[in-house]
Design a protein around this ligand. Structure first.
Ligand code: NCD
Ligand code: ZN
Length: 346
């Protein structure tokens, strides 16, 4: 049995770092394991301009503890008023690595998202010319569509028409949760990839709802039935180059999660890698973990993979922290519900 596993240092291609006290508390949890992350722009107010992205990047670097290395890869929050030239200039400088599309109202802090897709056409055309990826929250927000169908409906109703209308647009279908999404990406050619979270490889909708409601498992897109989890697992462990890790680690305080209308988001930054090692090992795919966490993402984003390495060690299961303390209150760490044999060596 493998006892240690050395990988190129992983990156996280979808991460919520927040701001202020929350940023200070959660950033080390990612920086400990990941070299870089695509940082989501859904702050309040959202990061919509290059100048705001530069300022947010600075706040992240200022919050990084002495001696830790981490490169935030910044994104812009696409609105109906986004200026194509501002985006193109920020991409040329290397400041911005992707633009994020939230359908208005789809998830946490998405009120400024897109309602009328015809209004973002000039930006998308500019992005298709420059190769800058569009990260997509792939859910429709139509109240008439069942929440468990919102991703599949989005593919047919929004994403596919949008891609056909903008040839060459490079798209990342973020936090894919369905077999339909996996198939769409696998059959979609070189310009589309998907991120997969650690938690969607572990839970299905029963974990959220059967035997009591578990708010810490509630995130968006919501976990679907078991057949979908199996499809995600197959895609992640297959070695297919257009599937890679985006943890979507999304911290909310326990007070915000455990409320009558609780926030969506799972906080997985501290244990995403040990969970993935466990999941890949059970699937007999430990040899493909490096592709999923360290190689496929940089290849799609046209960045070099990291040169440094990390080592995971297999041992007696050790419980990680159940929660972390922040100045805003405790934040519960995602509990996979099984013992974790792998830990990242310091
Ligand atoms: C995210 C958040 O809290 O910002 N929540 C989530 O459930 N994933 C937003 C998002 O990525 O949808
Ligand atoms: Zn997210």
């Amino acid at each position: 049995m493998t006892e240690t596993l050395t990988l190129r240092r992983p990156d996280d291609w979808h991460l919520h770092l927040r701001d202020g006290a929350m940023l200070a508390a959660v950033l080390p949890e990612s920086a400990r394991h990941f070299a870089r992350a695509i940082v989501m722009p859904n702050l309040v107010p959202p990061v919509t301009t290059a100048a705001q992205a530069a300022a947010y990047r600075r706040r992240i670097l200022d919050a990084l503890p002495e001696g830790m290395a981490f490169e935030p890869l910044m994104t812009l929050y696409l609105t109906e008023d986004t200026d194509p030239e501002d985006v193109a200039a920020a991409a040329r400088e290397g400041l911005v690595r992707a633009v994020k599309l939230y359908p208005a109202g789809a998830t946490t802090n998405s009120a400024s998202g897109v309602r009328d897709f015809s209004r973002i056409r000039p930006v998308l055309e500019r992005m298709a010319e420059t190769g800058l990826p569009l990260c997509v929250h792939g859910e429709v927000t139509d109240e008439e569509v069942d929440i468990f169908d919102r991703e599949a409906v989005f593919l047919a109703r929004v994403l596919d028409p949008l891609r056909r209308a903008t040839p060459g647009l490079r798209v990342v279908l973020e936090h894919v949760t369905t077999a339909e999404g996996v198939d769409y990406v696998r059959d979609g050619g070189k310009d589309i990839a998907a991120t997969i979270t650690a938690h969607h490889l572990v839970i299905n909708r029963n974990h959220i709802l059967a035997g009591g409601i578990r708010p810490h498992y509630y995130c968006l897109p919501v976990a679907k039935r078991e057949t979908h989890r199996a499809a995600l697992l197959e895609a992640a462990t297959s070695g297919h180059p257009r599937f890679f890790l985006g943890t979507d680690s999304a911290p909310h305080t326990d007070a915000a999660k455990l409320a009558p209308c609780g926030c969506a988001g799972c906080f997985t930054a501290p244990n995403a890698l040990p969970i993935l090692a466990e999941v890949f090992e059970r699937a007999g795919a430990l040899d493909r973990l490096e592709a999923f966490v360290s190689l496929n993402g940089p290849a799609f984003y046209r960045l070099p993979p990291n040169e440094e390495t990390i080592t995971l060690r297999r041992g007696t299961p050790a419980a990680g922290p159940a929660r972390i303390d922040t100045a805003e209150g405790p934040v519960t760490v995602f509990d996979p519900g099984f013992p974790l044999h792998w830990s990242v060596t310091p």
